[in-house]
Design a protein around this ligand. Structure first.
Ligand SMILES: C[S@@+](CC[C@H](N)C(=O)[O-])C[C@H]1O[C@@H](n2cnc3c(N)ncnc32)[C@H](O)[C@@H]1O
Ligand SMILES: [Zn+2]
Length: 316
């Protein structure tokens, strides 16, 4: 293996854990709902000489890189441009039957985050875009800052970024809009946030990190589509098929944990109701009572794995 190949594989988070939990050697057909640079997919294809992988990504730039990289696997790999919110339709259209496993590695890829032009990171000055699918026609982060009412924007920054200075940041953004000087670049936003946030001594991250995360989640509707994706995925799986999901912050992990519990039959009716009306039904067995976390080696080698957690369930 070349060194760059090794780096590439290493940068795929919780790789070994995911391969183990989905039992690749027993899989005929796997769906990678977040293909990205194809790291997880490549490992799956390399693990079994017969497995077929369908990779989905909403980012055409990622998709074409992955296609190039995985060319050697011929027709054992197929790529689809799309949002995993449509996972059911995409799997149906592929006409490959019911998958033995579906994996998802949520959030942005290093390709997106390290691209100086797409506005995901304050490390580069760029138009404030942040759409994972730049052709979606949806609102950019700059649009969001211009068009969202102050209190709603503060809620977004607080809820999705856990930023305590959210109200001040939202007020200052509104004031700029009123002065006819809306924020349009990453640098402008990072500077505004830096002034608005009182940096604590223990703060290890850049003060704009939380606000950037919040905007990215809002722009891409990341949390809204997650529950439906999980439920639809389980529906698509074949019996005994496994769904494994890697998340990077507590907001995602909470949704995954709760949805898995619901799919495992946990009743969500209010207490003391005479009869269950929430439709709780046991559809899966949870395979990870506690989420899988990266080991010490991975933590050392890949800082991006720091906040990663994976949960998996098996369809009954
Ligand atoms: C963390 S990366 C995946 C990295 C990949 N597992 C690897 O090993 O190379 C996440 C990818 O998922 C894509 N993505 C995120 N949300 C998506 C969604 N709702 N639908 C389709 N693709 C999505 C992003 O565009 C990004 O390329
Ligand atoms: Zn109930």
């Amino acid at each position: 293996m070349h060194k760059d190949e090794a780096d590439f594989l290493h940068s795929s988070v919780l790789l070994r854990e995911v391969l183990t939990v989905i039992k690749v050697p027993e899989c005929r057909f796997v769906v990678d709902a977040t293909l990205g640079l194809g790291g997880h997919t490549e490992a799956i294809l390399a693990c079994s000489p017969t497995v077929v992988v369908l990779g989905i990504d909403q980012d055409r730039a990622a998709l074409s890189l992955a296609v190039e990289r995985l060319a050697e696997y011929g027709d054992r790999f197929e790529a689809v441009h799309g949002n995993f919110s449509a996972v059911k339709q995409i799997i149906e259209n592929a006409e490959l039957g019911s998958p033995d496993a579906i994996i998802a590695d949520l959030g942005v890829s290093s390709l997106q985050f390290d691209d100086a032009t797409r506005g995901f990171s304050f490390r580069f000055d760029a138009p404030l875009d942040m759409r994972m699918d730049p052709n979606s026609g949806g609102a950019t982060a700059a649009d969001l800052l211009r068009e969202t009412p102050e209190s709603e924007l503060a809620d977004i920054i607080y809820q999705f970024g856990e930023e305590r200075a959210s109200r001040r940041i939202a007020r200052w953004i509104r004031e700029r809009n009123e002065r006819g000087e809306p924020i349009s670049t990453t640098r402008e936003l990072a500077e505004l946030v830096e002034r608005a946030v009182k940096r604590g001594k223990k703060d290890k991250i850049h003060p704009a990190t939380r606000t950037f995360q919040a905007l990215r989640i809002a722009v891409n509707g990341e949390l809204e589509i997650l529950e439906k994706f999980l439920i639809d995925s389980v529906e698509c799986l074949k019996s005994q098929g496994v769904l494994a999901v890697i998340s990077f912050h507590s907001l995602e992990d909470r949704i995954i944990k709760r949805t898995f519990q619901k799919l495992a039959g946990k009743c969500e009716c209010p207490p003391r109701i005479p009869q269950c009306i929430c439709g709780a039904a046991k559809k899966v067995e949870i395979l990870t009572r506690k989420p899988l976390l990266p080991g010490e080696d991975e933590l050392r080698e890949n800082p991006r794995s720091r906040s990663a957690k994976s949960r998996a369930c098996k369809k009954l």
